[in-house]
Design a binder for this molecule. Structure first.
Ligand SMILES: [Zn+2]
Ligand SMILES: [Zn+2]
Ligand SMILES: [Zn+2]
Length: 102
């Protein structure tokens, strides 16, 4: 069941409801095609179909291999290291099982 990615422990944030755009492209006034969210630090970058490919550049430079699509309605994740796609569930539905007061 577990994805072939060995970096799941690097997921440190939950995706925000919406993102403004590629941080680096907005700074330089460039355009992007699709947005990718770094699941380690929350950096928003553009995909490999975009001219600047800021998402993969960030993954390489920061050592944060896992991104999630930041496109509305898309929930897939991707690991640049393992080159594998998968899905991660973030909180959301609270289905009973395992209630305990601490
Ligand atoms: Zn991985
Ligand atoms: Zn960009
Ligand atoms: Zn990052």
């Amino acid at each position: 069941m577990s994805p072939a990615c060995t970096h799941l422990d690097q997921i440190a944030i939950s995706p925000p409801d919406e993102v403004a755009g590629c941080e680096d492209c907005m700074r330089s006034g460039d355009r992007w095609v699709h947005l990718r969210l770094c699941l380690t630090c929350g950096h928003v970058g553009c995909c490999d179909s975009s001219p600047n490919r800021h998402a993969s550049a960030h993954a390489r430079e920061a050592g944060h291999p896992i991104i999630r699509s930041a496109q509305p309605g898309e929930t897939w994740c991707w690991c640049y290291e393992d080159k594998v796609g998968f899905e991660v569930e973030f909180g959301g539905s609270a289905e009973g099982a395992g209630e305990s007061g601490g």
